[in-house]
Write a protein that binds this ligand. Structure first.
Ligand SMILES: *[C@@H]1O[C@H](CO)[C@@H](O)[C@H](O)[C@H]1NC(C)=O
Ligand SMILES: *[C@@H]1O[C@H](CO)[C@@H](O)[C@H](O)[C@H]1NC(C)=O
Ligand SMILES: *[C@@H]1O[C@H](CO)[C@@H](O)[C@H](O)[C@H]1NC(C)=O
Ligand SMILES: *[C@@H]1O[C@H](CO)[C@@H](O)[C@H](O)[C@H]1NC(C)=O
Ligand SMILES: *[C@@H]1O[C@H](CO)[C@@H](O)[C@H](O)[C@H]1NC(C)=O
Ligand SMILES: *[C@@H]1O[C@H](CO)[C@@H](O)[C@H](O)[C@H]1NC(C)=O
Ligand SMILES: *[C@@H]1O[C@H](CO)[C@@H](O)[C@H](O)[C@H]1NC(C)=O
Length: 551
């Protein structure tokens, strides 16, 4: 389409007007040239014809645009949907991706059952597992209908979804599942079909450390590769697999350290990839280049970062952090000119500069039990949500990410097994925060998980003295997310509940609730005295919040 046509589509009326004037102008000019003035009536008739012709063309264009070219249809999302599995078990895994390409994010989760839910045509034996086995299911975010489900592991798995996968018919996306008992499967994200399937090559007594890491394409196959860390005999080993075929690259390599789950991939300011993992009270780090060269004996085009190599001890690859407690969580957080690192040990929370690995601030709290989350308390300024203590002593604090200063504090009793908090950006460049807590009325002595009622609370910094109790839930919450399933539309709360113990199958339930509906039926909790607004005004105000997706 040339630029003139494009212009015509954008400004059809303007262009027709232009042509009309041009035509008339031409005629007038011709008339002038011939020096024989046409009769006045003929000119006006021409004008009338041209006017009606252009009017007709305009109307035609309007008609074509408004009726014949259809508007892209948006599926009608249901405010609430829920699917149940009787006598099943579920795992702490939830992912959202648009699977049926209806521009509504769909939900992927795992459950263990004898048969899949929709029909009994898919059995564990089809994929070589004994029954019951773990299924991976994708459900439509719009209405909860099952898009696909299939047996994927014997008993739980580490899952990584949205890994680019080269396919004969263009690029696709995969979910990779590493079973705890030796299976290793890649399934097509859009159809659930097997892309590759191998037994894994881990040693029998190896414990797989979460998460599964996606590393740059090391075997030049056109897809990112996978790195799995395992713990065997107090030593962390690394295994690299090709993302496109699932075959192991090189052999097993020892990192020479003793570590735990919670590793992450960090890209330094110089573009070097490092694997970081908590190892007791220090932080251990290895360059992906070093690991690759060790397991294959070949050279890798990846880089090392000289300043990181200086900071990490070359013999034991450790960075000592001045904390007495064991490190529990590592997080990449946005910083100035790149990412910084947030380190959470059992008694401190430290922000490390991503370049020098020097502490920027330290927040000491005796009991940090849960992985912090990020959100915006002030517009466009990141805050980190840190929880201190458990039971009736539990306190939630919002700290300014750049300085570590306390912005807001909430005392909210809660149990250690609760799902982490969540946050979601709102249109005013702040965030709504979601916390789980024990219902206020429950006494401190009734702290048995399972039979207590817990509640989901919401907080937004526009009303710092108010907390909304969105819902009471008596089932055990296994996984939880607050997300925007449709860009620019309402926020949704996705709740996966199921038995607390994997040995006792029970009701597994996956539900989506519209946050706005929850707000309208919520209970208002006043944290501070005063405030002239009625409860209904508060609910109305918070229900009008608009959300936006990250980035
Ligand atoms: C599973 O499917 C088999 C048939 O394939 C059926 O006999 C059995 O009752 C089903 N089990 C459950 C728990 O639904
Ligand atoms: C069972 O499910 C599969 C795919 O999930 C589908 O192809 C098949 O038609 C279903 N069978 C019945 C009887 O519903
Ligand atoms: C759910 O929505 C999909 C389209 O997104 C549609 O094909 C399906 O029929 C719907 N199912 C139900 C039960 O409404
Ligand atoms: C783990 O297995 C390896 C060989 O597979 C063996 O050498 C080692 O002793 C085992 N360790 C334990 C703790 O069982
Ligand atoms: C590195 O670690 C080794 C063994 O723990 C230790 O002997 C050495 O002093 C450390 N080097 C530096 C520079 O800290
Ligand atoms: C953390 O909680 C403990 C009680 O569990 C309390 O004594 C302490 O003052 C709290 N510290 C901070 C910084 O919140
Ligand atoms: C939760 O339960 C309490 C009583 O147990 C009730 O007062 C409150 O309104 C409930 N909250 C919601 C959001 O339904």
């Amino acid at each position: 389409m040339d630029s003139k046509d494009l212009e015509a589509e954008i400004h059809p009326l303007k262009n027709e007007d232009g042509k009309l004037q041009e035509n008339l102008g031409d005629q007038l000019k011709k008339g002038d040239n011939l020096k024989s003035a046409p009769p006045q009536s003929r000119l006006s008739r021409c004008r009338t014809v041209a006017l009606f012709l252009s009017l007709f063309v305009c109307l035609l264009v309007v008609f074509v645009i408004s009726f014949i070219i259809p508007c892209p249809e948006r599926p009608v999302s249901e405010g609430m949907w829920r699917i149940d599995y009787n006598s099943a078990v579920t795992y702490d895994f939830l992912a959202t991706k648009d699977i049926n390409r209806d521009r509504v994010q769909d939900v992927i989760f795992l459950y263990k059952n004898t048969n899949s839910s929709n029909n009994f045509s898919q059995s564990c034996a089809d994929e070589g597992f004994s029954s019951p086995c773990s299924f991976v299911a994708a459900v439509s975010g719009a209405n909860g209908s099952i898009l696909w489900e299939r047996p994927a592991a014997q008993d739980g798995a580490l899952v990584l979804c949205g890994v680019p996968h080269p396919k004969d018919s263009g690029a696709s996306s995969a979910c990779i599942l590493v079973g705890r008992s030796g299976s290793f499967i890649a399934v097509d994200l859009f159809t659930g079909e097997t892309l590759w399937n191998h037994p894994s090559t881990f040693r029998r007594n190896a414990t797989i450390l979460s998460p599964l890491l996606q590393v740059p394409d090391l075997d030049a196959s056109g897809a990112p590769d996978l790195l799995v860390l395992t713990q065997e005999d107090k030593e962390v080993n690394s295994y690299i697999y090709s993302g496109s075929t699932g075959h192991q690259i090189g052999h097993r390599g020892s990192l020479g350290v003793d570590g735990t789950s919670g590793s992450l991939l960090y890209v330094t300011r110089a573009g070097a990839h490092y694997i970081l993992l908590p190892c007791a009270s220090s932080l251990c780090g290895h360059s992906v280049k070093g690991v690759y060269e060790k397991v294959t004996g070949r050279d890798s085009p990846l880089r090392r970062d000289p300043s990181w190599e200086d900071v990490l001890n070359a013999t034991n690859h450790r960075l000592l952090v001045h904390s007495s407690g064991a490190i529990h969580y590592l997080m990449n957080v946005p910083g100035k000119g790149g990412e910084d690192l947030l380190l959470v040990s059992s008694d401190t929370c430290v922000l490390l500069d991503g370049q020098e690995l020097a502490p920027r601030w330290t927040f000491s709290a005796p009991q940090v039990l849960r992985k912090p989350i990020l959100g915006h308390y002030k517009p466009d300024t990141l805050a980190v949500v840190v929880e201190n203590g458990t039971g009736v002593d539990r306190q939630i604090r919002l700290l300014d990410l750049s300085t570590g200063a306390v912005l807001w504090t909430l005392a909210l009793p809660g149990l250690p097994g609760y799902p982490p908090s969540a946050s979601l950006l709102t249109a005013d460049h702040r965030s709504a925060f979601f916390f789980w807590g024990l219902h206020e009325l429950v006494g401190a002595n009734q702290m048995e998980p399972g039979d207590t009622q817990h509640s989901l609370y919401m907080f937004h910094p526009i009303l710092p003295g108010v907390l909304l109790e969105l819902a009471n839930v008596s089932a055990n919450v296994v996984a939880f997310q607050v997300t925007l399933l449709e860009p620019g539309r309402h926020a949704a709360c996705i709740l996966l509940t199921g038995p607390a113990s994997p040995d006792a199958p029970g009701l597994v339930s996956m539900a989506k609730h519209k946050v706005q509906d929850l707000i309208l039926s919520s209970r208002v909790v006043h944290l501070t005295e005063g405030g002239a607004d009625s409860d209904q005004d508060i609910r109305d105000r918070l229900s009008r919040l608009r959300y936006r997706s990250e980035a």
